[in-house]
Design a protein around this ligand. Structure first.
Ligand code: ADP
Length: 747
C-alpha cells in the first residue's frame, strides 16, 4: 500500500475530486466509485459524481453533483454503474473539452478519476494534456476569472481500467473480468452437463473483440475441446483439424464436445470466424447435432464477484489517496493490480501500448501479440493446447511414477489440481499414481494408477475424490510411508493441500536421511480456504470460499432490510483473517474482527459507541461485523452479539450467522481453476526436471505478483508464524486500513 489510511484522515480539506464512468460498463465499477467518494470524504475532500461519462462534464449543472457518504450505500454489490456511462462524441472535440473544463473549474474540481476502457482513458490523457491550453482559452474568453485559472493550473487525474476484455498491458485483471468469468463458468458448467447427457457438441461464443482472454479462460475453466481466439488465428485447414480434434476427444472418453469461439476470432486472412460457420463445419464433419450458444451481454451483467468488489475498492482508495496527497503534479497514471500488488502505469504509454495489440493482430504479428499478453496468457494457452492434443505421449513414455496426494482440510480446487496434475503428467509420459486418504492411506499402501478417464469428472467439482486428512504423521509413521513409496516405486510426489501437507513436507525434509523412500523430489501445491500457506500469496480455494462469504453477506443484508439490525457473521479461516477481512471489504461490512488484530474491551466499547451514535444520529438501520472464527478465545461471536444487543438498548435487534463448513464445499471459482491449472503445470514441470537432475529438494510452488515461482520448504516455512499457522506478514492485512476508511461514516 502506498498511502497509509491513518495519514490520510482529514488531510485533504478544501480539495475537490470528480469521478466518472465512461464507455462500456463492467461489474465492479460501483465498488470503485464508492471507494473514490468515501476515500475523499475520509480525507476531508469533496467528491463529485460526473453523470453519464464525459457528457456530465459538458452538461454541467446536474451533470456534476456533490456526493454524500450515503450515496455509497448499497451499490457495492450491484452490477453496472450507479452514476451512468455514455459514449460521448462531443468530448472528442476541442469545443466539448473546453466546455467540460469550464464546468469543472466552476465547481473547483481539478482532480479526476475515470473508470472506463482504453477509449475513455485515452480521452482522459488527452484532456489532461489539453488542460493548460483550455484554461488559457477560458480565461481569454472571460468564461473563468484569472483567480480561477491560477487556482487550477493543471488537472490531476488517474484512470482505472474497467473492461471485461482484460487487455491492459502490464496488469493481470481489469475491473469486470472476474465477474464475467463467473457468468461464463456458470453457463459452461450448465452446457457441459447437458452436452454430456446427450453426447452433443456445443459451440459457445464468448465476448472479446481483440482479446481472447475470456475465451481462453472459459475453455480452460469449462472443459473446452477447441478454441478460436484473435491472438492465435488457426492455420489453413483448421476446419479439418478441429473435427479431428473433436473426434479424438470423444475417442479418449469425453462425452461432450465444446468449441469456444471468441467474438473477434479471425482466420489468418483476417476473415471473421462465425459460430454459424463453425457449426456447419462440425455438423458436416462429425455428422451430429450442434448447438450454438452466444453468451453475449450476460457476461457483463449480474452481481460482481468478490474480486470485483475488493480489488476495485482497493484501487479506488489508492488512486484517490494518491491524487489527494500528491504535492507535485505528476503525469496521469492508470492504477491496476499485478497479483497482490498495486501497479501504477503512465497513461501516456500504457494506453497506446494496449491499443497497439489491435494493430499487431491486424498486421499478423502474432508472436508479438502474445508477448504483450504476458506470461499468464502464454502459459494458460500452453496448458490448453497440451490438454487438447492427446495421444502424442507414446513417444515420450517413461517408467517414472509421480504420486499425487492430498493433505489438510478440504478446499475447493483440490479435485481441479489433482485432475490437472494427472492429465499433464500423463501427457508428459509419466505414470500418475493417485494416493487415497492422504498420508494415512499412503502408509497403508492404498494407491492406484490413474488414467485419463479416471479424473475426467473431477476437474470442476468441489471436494477431493482422492480423499484428504488433517493428520500430520509423526516420526514413527514415516517408516511405513517410506516403505509404501518404495514398494510402489514412486519417483516424485506432488502434495496438493493445506497446512498439514506443508508440515508433513517439513517433517520429511528433516527426517528423510534415514528413509530411502522419502528421498525423492517433492512439490507442495497450495490449496486452502484460509489462504495461510507458505511460498504463495494466494492458495487455490480461497477465492471460492471468499465468494461464498460475500454471497452470505448479501443474503444477510437482504434478510435484514426490513428491520433495524446488527449482524455478526462468523467466517472460517482458523488463525488467518483473510476470509473475514476480504469478505468484509467485499461485502461492505462496517467492522471485521481478525486473529491478527486483538479484540479488547476498549475496542468493543468504541464500536458500541459508534453503532449507537450511528443508529441515533445518522439514520443507520443495519450494522454488519464479520468475525473470523478464531479472532478471540473469549470474545466469541455470541459474546460480541450479546454485548452489542445489551448495549444497544433496543435500538436494533442483534443476530448472528455462522457460515460454517459450506465454505469448504463450494465449487471452485474460475480464478481457483486457473490458479490450480497454472500451479499444477509448474509443479509437474518442476518434479520432472528434478527427476532428471536427481534433485530431491522439497519445493513449494506459489504465486507472487502474478508470477509463478518456487521456494524451498525450509525457506518458505521460515516466513511463517508456525504456532499460529499463518504468514508472519500477510499482504492483505493493510487492507484493514482501507476498510476502516470507507465503512465508517464521518463524525
Ligand atoms: P471504452 O472506454 O469502453 O474503450 P470508447 O472507446 O467508446 O469506450 O470511449 C468511451 C468514451 O471516451 C468516448 O465516447 C469519448 O467520450 C471518450 N473518448 C474516447 N477516445 C477519446 C479521445 N481520443 N479524446 C477524447 N475523448 C475520448
Amino acid at each position: 500500500m502506498h498511502v497509509k489510511a491513518e495519514e490520510l484522515r482529514g488531510s485533504a480539506t478544501g480539495k475537490s475530486i470528480g469521478v466518472l464512468t465512461s464507455g462500456g460498463d463492467a461489474q465492479g465499477m460501483n465498488a470503485a466509485i464508492r471507494a473514490v467518494m468515501r476515500t475523499a470524504l475520509f480525507a476531508g475532500a469533496t467528491p463529485y459524481a460526473i453523470r453519464e461519462g464525459y457528457q456530465g462534464m459538458i452538461d454541467g449543472g446536474d451533470g456534476i453533483t456533490q456526493l454524500a457518504w450515503e450515496d455509497g450505500s448499497g451499490i457495492l454489490g450491484k452490477g453496472g454503474t450507479a452514476i451512468g456511462t455514455f459514449r460521448c462524441k462531443e468530448f472528442t472535440t476541442r469545443e466539448g473539452q473546453l466546455t467540460a473544463a469550464g464546468n469543472l473549474v466552476e465547481k473547483g474540481i481539478d482532480r479526476l478519476i475515470v473508470i472506463g476502457g482504453d477509449g475513455s482513458l485515452a480521452g482522459l490523457n488527452e484532456f489532461h494534456e489539453n488542460w493548460p491550453d483550455l484554461i488559457t482559452e477560458l480565461t481569454e474568453q472571460n468564461k473563468i476569472t484569472t483567480d480561477q485559472a491560477n487556482a487550477h493550473p493543471r488537472l490531476m487525474c488517474a484512470g482505472l481500467m474497467g473492461s471485461i476484455d482484460n487487455d491492459l498491458v502490464g496488469t493481470d485483471m481489469t475491473i469486470g473480468v472476474d465477474s464475467a468469468l463467473h457468468r461464463i463458468r456458470d453457463a459452461m458448467d450448465a452446457i457441459s452437463s447437458t452436452a454430456a447427457s446427450h453426447q452433443r457438441c456445443f459451440v459457445v461464443e464468448i465476448m472479446g473483440r481483440n482479446c481472447g482472454y475470456l475465451a481462453l479462460a472459459a475453455a480452460l475453466c469449462g472443459g473446452g475441446d477447441y478454441l478460436l481466439i484473435p491472438e492465435v488465428p488457426p492455420e489453413d485447414g483448421w476446419e479439418q483439424a478441429m473435427c479431428d480434434q473433436l473426434t479424438r476427444s470423444r475417442q479418449a472418453g469425453h462425452k461432450d464436445s465444446i468449441v469456444v469461439v471468441a467474438e473477434g476470432a479471425k482466420t489468418r486472412d483476417g476473415e471473421p470466424i462465425t459460430t454459424d460457420h463453425v457449426r456447419e463445419v462440425i455438423e458436416e464433419g462429425l455428422n451430429e447435432e450442434v448447438r450454438v450458444t452466444i453468451l453475449g451481454h450476460v457476461q457483463r451483467g449480474g452481481t460482481p464477484s468478490a474480486y470485483d468488489r475488493w480489488a476495485p475498492t482497493w484501487l479506488g482508495f489508492e488512486a484517490t489517496a494518491h491524487l489527494l496527497t500528491s504535492t507535485d503534479i505528476q503525469p496521469p497514471e492508470v492504477f491496476g493490480l499485478r497479483g497482490e500488488q498495486i501497479v501504477r502505469l503512465p497513461l501516456a504509454t500504457a494506453i497506446p501500448e494496449t491499443r497497439s495489440v489491435t494493430t499487431l493482430i491486424k498486421e499478423g504479428q502474432y508472436d508479438h501479440v502474445l508477448d504483450k499478453r504476458g506470461t499468464e496468457y502464454r502459459s494458460l494457452l500452453g496448458v490448453f493446447n497440451e490438454l487438447t492434443t492427446p495421444h502424442r505421449t507414446e513417444s515420450k513414455k517413461t517408467d517414472k511414477r509421480i504420486g499425487i496426494i492430498h493433505a489438510g482440510a478440504l478446499a475447493p480446487g483440490m479435485n481441479t489440481a489433482a485432475s490437472m496434475a494427472t492429465w499433464l503428467g500423463i501427457s508428459r509420459g509419466f505414470q500418475m499414481i493417485g494416493i487415497n486418504d492422504s498420508f494415512v492411506g499412503l502408509a497403508e499402501g492404498r494407491l492406484q494408477e490413474l488414467v485419463w478417464k479416471d479424473v475426467d469428472g473431477w476437474a470442476y467439482e468441489a471436494g477431493a475424490a482422492l480423499g484428504t486428512r488433517r493428520h500430520t504423521p509423526v516420526v514413527e509413521e514415516l517408516y511405513a510411508i517410506s516403505r509404501s513409496l518404495e514398494t510402489a516405486k514412486i519417483d516424485a510426489l506432488v502434495i496438493i493441500g493445506g497446512w498439514t501437507g506443508y508440515q508433513t513436507a517439513s517433517l520429511i525434509d528433516a527426517e528423510r536421511s534415514r528413509y530411502p523412500g522419502l528421498q525423492i523430489p517433492i512439490v507442495c501445491v497450495p490449496v486452502a480456504i484460509d489462504n495461510n500457506l507458505p511460498g504463495t500469496v494466494m492458495a487455490v480455494g480461497a477465492d471460492a470460499a471468499l465468494n461464498h462469504v460475500v454471497e452470505s453477506i448479501d443474503q444477510v443484508r437482504m434478510s435484514a432490510s426490513a428491520n433495524r439490525r446488527c449482524f455478526v457473521i462468523e467466517t472460517m479461516g482458523r488463525n488467518s483473517g483473510f476470509l473475514a477481512l476480504l469478505g468484509g471489504l467485499a461485502g461492505g461490512a462496517e467492522q471485521v474482527y481478525l486473529p491478527e488484530k486483538p479484540i479488547t474491551m476498549e475496542s468493543l466499547g468504541q464500536d458500541i459507541t459508534w453503532i449507537k451514535k450511528s443508529f441515533d444520529d445518522n439514520g443507520r438501520s443495519f450494522f454488519l461485523a464479520v468475525r473470523n472464527e478464531n479472532a478471540s478465545k473469549n470474545y466469541t461471536t455470541d459474546t460480541i452479539a450479546h454485548l452489542l444487543d445489551e448495549e444497544g438498548g433496543g435500538r436494533y435487534d442483534t443476530r448472528t450467522l455462522i457460515i460454517g463448513h459450506t465454505q469448504q464445499g463450494v465449487t471452485p471459482t474460475p480464478a481457483d481453476r486457473l490458479l490450480a491449472t497454472r500451479l499444477t503445470e509448474a509443479a509437474i514441470t518442476q518434479v520432472a526436471n528434478q527427476i532428471n537432475t536427481h534433485d530431491t529438494s522439497i519445493m513449494c510452488v506459489g504465486t507472487s505478483r502474478n508470477a509463478i515461482g518456487f521456494t524451498h520448504i525450509d525457506q518458505a516455512m521460515a516466513a511463517m508464524d508456525n504456532d499460529a499457522q499463518r504468514p508472519q506478514d500477510p499482504w492483505w492485512l493493510p487492507l484493514k486500513g482501507v476498510l476502516d476508511s470507507l465503512n465508517r461514516e464521518p463524525a
